[in-house]
Design a protein around this ligand. Structure first.
Ligand SMILES: [Zn+2]
Length: 413
């Protein structure tokens, strides 16, 4: 059987795990490291696929939990798969739904997020986490029962069901079903959850390898979709290492590294894992997207990252600049006729002033979200592209130091 994914390492960073490479999928190549744009419900909020492509996005990640509940995976399967359904011809990914099942369910009350930090936690919670929805999730040996965030109906996800849904959606890269725990859980619970995650990883892989083609005459899912296993283990070194070792022994096409981390020890936790995972397979750090975290992750050997933050904060009027984040609703921008970032080459910065975008936000015009999202995505995607170029030119550390020195200047937010 032919493999659905190839990964070629082009250059390695000296004295660290960082690398630049190319992932080849049935829908094109991804030059890594790369930021993965989040299109939760099969759309990057406020943007057309053409705009997403023009701002430099290489790959879009949709969400299994949300697409299963609405419109349902069979609708996407019968439409010809996610690429055709959403009119995106490039590489796509779906997550397993595990994070949403747990974060919109049992763990919600504990304020679970990918990173425990008062500043970043609210930004990283899943989309549409309306407070008036009753949130419950019950975990058993084989799967999770959870309530729909849309109508409160009960649903049951097993590893097999998660993979079946992801086969129907049809993304190029899919993920094994895992249990995402809060970093605040004690060691004993983390160990139990990790045992479940490993059992579910094995079941996800077996189901994927044995699944039949969805339509007559089409390829087997394991020939057209790559499956990544997800390393968990919270903030405990022995559990993270155990998880990386167990999953490295399974024949996955690549690996995801799941939350949850404490922000201050994320780099160490990623390093423990990447020292064990096979070098020749790609690694995706799930739910990470802040500039400082991206440098840490790239330096420690991660190839892909996704995060809703760039588009979510854009819709609230917050924009990245090379001097830190700014809030366009701040009074000082009302008469500011300069661009959001004077060195940014995005469509928004080339054509509009801060005063204009700030006016759109105050007037609650929809175009505000579009312009701010274009800028924020371009900024983060381009930042990771520059990290890649700096690795290829042997200037990664110089680039990192000069960027972070400027970025930490503005602590207004
Ligand atoms: Zn811009």
């Amino acid at each position: 059987m032919s493999k659905p994914l190839k990964f070629k390492i082009e250059k390695k960073l000296n004295n660290s795990l960082g690398r630049a490479g190319v992932i080849s999928t049935p829908h094109g190549d991804i030059e890594t490291p790369a930021f993965v744009t989040v299109g939760t419900k099969g759309t990057v909020k406020a943007l057309s696929p053409e705009q997403v492509k023009d701002l430099g996005a290489q790959v879009v990640l949709a969400n299994t939990y949300h697409l299963y509940l609405q419109p349902h995976d069979y609708i996407i399967r019968d439409a010809g798969g996610i690429h055709k359904f959403m009119n995106w011809s490039g590489p796509t990914m779906t997550d397993s739904g595990g994070f949403q099942v747990f974060s919109l369910g049992a763990a919600y009350g504990k304020n679970i997020s990918k990173v425990t930090s008062a500043e970043s936690a609210p930004l990283l919670l899943p989309e549409n986490s309306e407070d008036d929805v009753v949130k419950i999730a019950t975990i058993d040996h084989d799967g999770v029962t959870f309530k729909s965030i849309i109508d409160g109906s009960l649903h049951y996800f097993t590893p097999e069901r998660s993979i079946e849904i992801q086969h129907n959606i049809g993304a190029d890269i899919i993920f094994a079903f895992d249990e995402c725990t809060s970093p605040n859980e004690p060691l004993r619970y983390q160990q139990e959850a990790l045992d479940r995650t490993h059992r579910w990883a094995k079941k996800s892989l077996e189901y994927h390898k044995n699944a039949k083609p969805i339509h007559l005459g089409t390829k087997f899912p394991s020939e057209r979709q790559a499956l990544f296993g997800i390393v968990q283990g919270g903030r405990f070194e022995e559990l993270r290492k155990e998880s990386a070792t167990v999953l490295a022994g399974m024949d996955f096409d690549g690996y995801g590294i799941g939350g949850s981390f404490a922000k201050e020890d994320m780099g160490t936790a990623v390093k423990w894992v990447n020292e064990i995972l096979p070098e020749e397979k790609p690694r995706h750090l799930l739910g990470i997207g802040e500039p400082e975290d991206l440098f840490m992750a790239v330096e420690n050997g991660c190839d892909l990252f996704d995060c809703v933050a760039p588009t979510r904060i854009a819709r609230n009027g917050q924009v990245y600049t090379r001097f830190g984040k700014e809030n366009l609703l701040n009074n000082k921008f009302i008469e500011d006729y300069t661009q959001i970032d004077s060195e940014c080459d995005c469509y928004t910065c080339k054509n509009y002033t801060r005063a204009y975008v700030a006016h759109l936000f105050r007037a609650k015009e929809m175009f505000a979200a579009t312009l701010a999202s274009i800028h924020n995505l371009y900024f983060i995607i381009n930042l990771v592209k520059k990290m890649r170029e700096s690795m290829l030119n042997d200037t990664f550390h110089e680039f990192k130091n000069s960027f972070l020195e400027g970025y930490r200047k503005n602590k207004d937010l």
